[in-house]
Design a protein around this ligand. Structure first.
Ligand SMILES: [Ca+2]
Ligand SMILES: [Ca+2]
Ligand SMILES: [Ca+2]
Length: 849
């Protein structure tokens, strides 16, 4: 968004600087009903969000600052490293007490491994907060010199800014370049589950950063009234570290080491973040950065600070060929009300249908320019298929013009994973391999096809299945013959922007199918995934071809020794082989579907996919699921339902449709929203009475989604989990598309369009498009495998707006490392291609009505 004039109390304005110099600092923080300390321009949260025991330190927990609308500090807690990494030990918050009278929050933190308890209080004092750490018993011997109180500051919030350490000036490093010491592993507090983020090349050592500065008073960004924070340590030194020396996603850490042999207060900081008097967050004008089709409704949702005074109107200007603005429509900015921490007004400019370039102005703010036109959605999916998916292709060399995205990776796939494992990426192994292979024995034939799951490089079979299914849906519904990619499986070569006479979508379906077929052929069933044995390989950033040595492991050689064909380094990926019936059904569905799409493209692979699916189906039906999976039969039955439908569509064998009919109504009764898309997809294949029977459920579904208009001003589902909700949103809109096709009078087409509006910028926090390279202003920093470069891969769709408890929506654009906000994954991207085409089809086939 562009700002036109400096606004009183707005972001970074000259005016606010002038005001600040002559006035007092902020008012005292108050503990509000939501459980955090609040004043205008500053919130202090204390464990409003918990550390996630699954992915550990996600930089969304501990004591945190939201400073002039931006979450700039996190991780305030007793920690066991100067700059904790994601998989370092985290404290469990065992008790949190709110003291309204004293504007204070007390936390009890525990490290179970060391039976170490501490208390941390955060109390409003003067113009800031006092943080006190106290101990009832002295530090455990092992944690002396190790335990400290840390608070982490967002590097991108302090780039191009200075600090003062006891008055000595410094500049925050743009790139990590301070010093590191190497110490023996005996001194190290082990990371989670004995894993290590550091590849010490067999030397039993680890790295420790040295401080950028040591002082008792530290001022961050003295020149910037919006980022200024002063920290004074009452007892003991403050040290400022750069966490990026150990991990690119590290933050700047301020730390005080806790003293040995002491009880009572062991660390005490007074923190004073400056606030701009009467600060009011600039409005966010949510709108579609990709523009609008003339015939759809067009509603800008404007997000306002609760202290802002809503303006009565907003204006749409047309940008003329001469470069001037002509007022097209001034309309009401209708109040919608409160959602989380903001107030909302909405500006409806649906009546404007003339093709052209427009901007929206509200108050002193004007949006990026965007088009209205009949063709706006025709190409919005191109970057995803042309660029994003080719870059994700595993086992292939991928070039784009002069650039090589990656070399040919994982020619050393793969070894049978050992038994009884809980893996850091959520994979696991049972007490047996369930295969004919011994632990660490090579499973042949898996170095083919597949995609890098996400910002990481594992083969995630579940996501493969949904990706293939969605691709086949796109192929069958929209006949996407676009050809801008050259794929040669034989020489493992891919080139972007180079047509090869074959539809790219089929080349992608083939690429996923090759991996699935290989799993069944060589393992006997769909594997949970193929992933890394070492954490230091898993967190790799850069070219996938350099993660392993690409040579199969040979135990006869020494580590790091090679003989030209094999290697003594145990770095080959592991195949995780727990038996998961629902996963097998998902794979059966994907293979059955792929066999239709590939029938003419690759007859042999199509036949193999279908026979694999049919044999696997018979096997799965005969084998009762393990006891623990019978606990959630609806999930298993959902997968079986999809498999039955896909097998029926492919073969027309009524055994499959009978099984589908047996399951689907039960499924709709137990989990309506989860199953409605499958039910709707089946309408065209089932007997006529199916449609009328389903109508009852559609009515119920319509009532349910109608509530969304009261839930939030966007009228779409907004996820509340630790991973933001764009996937659910796309799934919701896709279900609406299928339902609209069969029940156009019950489910309107706007219920499909709204989701794209949201993805393209009509959402909370900012108005950036969540699809990189699509729309005027779109995500240029995402959690892809090039995130260390603060970059993106065009066409990637991010998870979007993360709702941090209790009321803070966030999607950072200056910091790519929060995966819950910014990680692009294969199934979301495939389903986005479908949705974009669904919207385009509805608007171009029905738009003239
Ligand atoms: Ca993964
Ligand atoms: Ca092609
Ligand atoms: Ca290897």
């Amino acid at each position: 968004m562009q700002r036109i004039h400096a606004r009183l109390g707005g972001i970074g304005t000259l005016l606010s600087l002038v005001l600040l110099s002559g006035t007092a600092l902020c008012q005292k923080l108050q503990l509000n009903d939501l459980g955090y300390l609040e004043t205008r321009g500053l919130n202090v949260l204390a464990f409003s969000n918990q550390y996630n025991g699954f992915f550990f330190d996600e930089k969304t927990s501990g004591i945190e600052l939201i400073h002039h609308g931006v979450r700039t500090a996190t991780g305030g807690a007793v920690r066991l490293q100067p700059t904790p990494e994601q998989w370092d030990k985290i404290p469990v918050m065992t008790e949190r007490t709110l003291d309204k009278k004293n504007n204070s929050i007390e936390l009890k933190l525990r490290y179970e491994d060391y039976a170490f308890d501490s208390r941390v209080t955060v109390t409003a004092k003067d113009d800031g907060v006092m943080i006190r750490v106290s101990l009832d018993t002295p530090l455990p011997e092992r944690l002396v010199g190790v335990a400290g109180f840390n608070l982490e500051f967002l590097p991108s919030a302090y780039f191009e800014k200075t600090f003062l350490a006891d008055g000595r000036p410094g500049i925050f490093p743009l790139y990590p370049s301070s010093s590191v010491n190497v110490r023996p592993n005996a001194d190290k507090i082990p990371q989670f589950n004995g894993y290590s983020t550091f590849d010490d090349r067999g030397r039993s050592e680890f790295r420790v950063p040295t401080p950028l500065a040591t002082c008792t008073t530290l001022v961050l960004a003295p020149e910037d009234p919006e980022r200024y924070v002063r920290i004074r340590s009452v007892n003991g030194d403050l040290m400022l570290y750069d966490g990026r020396l150990l991990a690119q996603n590290g933050w700047f850490v301020v730390r005080s080491v806790l003293p040995a042999n002491k009880t009572g207060t062991v660390a005490e900081w007074y923190i004073e973040p400056k606030t701009v008097p009467n600060w009011t967050r600039a409005p966010v004008i949510g709108f579609s950065q990709a523009g609008y089709h003339p015939s759809q409704s067009k509603i800008a949702v404007i997000e306002l600070d609760k202290n802002d005074t809503p303006r009565p109107t907003a204006t749409l200007y047309r940008v003329t060929p001469e470069g001037t603005l002509v007022e097209k429509l001034t309309g009401a900015a209708e109040p919608w009300g409160r959602f989380l921490r903001y107030e909302y007004v909405r500006f409806d400019f649906s009546s404007v249908k003339d093709s052209g370039v427009y901007v929206i102005q509200y108050d002193e703010q004007r949006t990026d320019a965007f088009p209205i036109g009949a063709q706006v959605y025709s190409d919005v999916w191109h970057p995803t298929l042309d660029v994003w998916f080719p870059v994700q292709m595993d086992h292939m060399f991928v070039r784009e013009a002069y650039r090589v995205w990656h070399g040919t990776p994982f020619l050393d796939d793969a070894l049978q994973a050992p038994v009884n494992i809980r893996h850091f990426d959520g994979y696991w192994m049972d007490s047996t391999t369930h295969t004919k292979y011994k632990p660490l024995e090579r499973i042949p034939g898996l170095d083919v096809g597949g995609w890098f799951d996400a910002g990481d490089f594992d083969i995630e079979t579940w996501h493969h299945c949904t990706t293939i299914l969605s691709f086949v849906d796109s192929w069958e519904h929209f006949n996407l013959k676009r050809d801008e990619t050259f794929v040669d499986q034989k020489t493992r070569f891919v080139e972007i922007h180079r047509p090869d006479g074959k539809p790219d979508l089929l080349e992608q379906i083939e690429h996923g199918t090759l991996q699935l077929v290989a799993q069944f052929k060589n393992v006997g069933f769909a594997v949970r995934g193929i992933n890394f044995p070492h954490l230091y390989a898993y967190h790799h950033l850069g070219d996938a071809a350099t993660i392993t040595d690409n040579l199969p492991y040979n135990p006869a050689l020494q580590p790091y020794e090679r003989d030209g064909r094999t290697s003594g380094t145990l770095d080959d990926r592991w195949v995780f082989t727990p038996k998961i019936p629902s996963l097998n059904y998902s794979a059966i569905a994907a293979l059955a579907a792929a066999s239709r799409a590939l029938r003419e493209y690759d007859t042999q692979l199509a036949a193999e996919a279908l026979s694999t699916a049919q044999v696997a189906w018979e096997k799965e039906r005969k084998e009762p699921p393990p006891v623990r999976l019978r606990m959630m039969p609806w999930f298993l039955n959902s997968a079986e339902c999809v498999a039955a439908l896909q097998l029926f569509v492919t073969t027309k064998d009524e055994r499959y449709s009978r099984r589908f009919a047996e399951l689907i109504w039960r499924q709709l009764d137990s989990a309506l929203v989860w199953n409605i898309a499958t039910a709707a997809q089946a309408v065209q294949y089932m007997p006529p009475d199916y449609r009328s029977k389903l109508e009852r459920y559609v009515l119920k579904y319509r009532d349910e989604i109608g509530k969304l208009n009261q839930d939030n001003p966007y009228g779409v589902p907004i996820g509340t989990r630790g991973w933001a909700g764009n996937h659910e949103l796309i799934g919701w809109a896709t279900a609406n598309y299928y339902l609209h096709k069969s029940y156009p009078t019950l489910i309107g087409r706007e219920l499909v369009f709204k989701a794209l509006d949201f993805l393209f910028g009509c959402h909370p926090y900012s108005n950036i498009s969540f699809v990189s390279g699509v729309g005027t202003n779109s995500k240029m920093r995402t959690y892809g495998n090039n995130r260390a470069d603060f970059s993106f891969i065009a066409g990637g769709v991010v998870p979007g707006v993360l709702l941090l408890k209790p009321d803070f929506p966030e999607n950072k654009e200056d910091w790519p490392f929060l995966w819950g906000e910014n990680e692009c994954v294969i199934d979301i991207c495939a389903e986005y291609i479908f949705l974009a085409n669904a919207v385009n089809e509805l608007l171009t086939s029905e738009g003239k009505r």
